[in-house]
Design a protein around this ligand. Sequence first.
Ligand code: HEM
Length: 226
Amino acid sequence: MYIHKNFWYSMNIFTSLYKSYVGKKVVMSLTGIFLCTFLIVHLFGNLALFKNDGGKLFNEYSKFMSTNSFIRVMEIVLFLGIIFHIVSGVLVWFRNRSARIQKYQVYETSYSTFASRMMNLSASVVFLFIVIHLYTFFVPTRFYGDENSYKLVVDAFKNPIYSSFYVVAIFILAIHLKHGFQSAFQTFGIKEKKYALLIDLVAILFWFIVPLGFISIPLYFLFGGK
Ligand code: HEM
């Protein structure tokens, strides 16, 4: 198969940039912002759960998500985004740790104490959450042909242990997003005062409003929603 030489040239530029510390931080920030946009789309789709129609709309939406070709391609991009985000995070963590051991002065040494420890902890919880979440909802709908996604969701959230786990995990996701936003803007070096308010508002939408929307779903079903 013929692959244009510009493709290999771009790949070379990408790999040499990625080898640098800043390159990995940029990839983390860009994939992080991309994953945030997924969360908005995902939340919008999930709002169909609130329609009191026995799950008709949500199941139609779910069927569309598992059969539409564009969505299937975006799904691959999404999983690549998750993998790149995690791998870059682990590599940055290793690099920071070895730099600390060697007592070198690295970027953001003050940041890399409490906040970065919180980032590692919150990232691990979010990772665990995603694995459990995919196992409960994604695997049955995509691989076992379960067409009643609504029933899967309702059955899961009627269980107080499962719902409580969701509420706590999404709260921790919110903490991860809050620190993640600060870190991303630090990486891009955006410090101008005129953008400060806009950045704060966008950040609040992602780390506060969106998680609140997600948390409302298990609570709704736990406290009687059908
Ligand atoms: C409590 C609210 C949530 C509900 C009810 C929910 C429900 C679902 C369902 C039913 C699926 C299966 C595919 C589909 O029908 O769309 C799914 C997939 C997925 N969810 Fe969630 N979800 C919630 C929150 C989250 C959160 C907070 C994250 C990320 C941290 C997340 C990440 C994913 C991913 C990565 C997939 C697979 C990709 C895809 O289907 O496009 N979900 N979710």
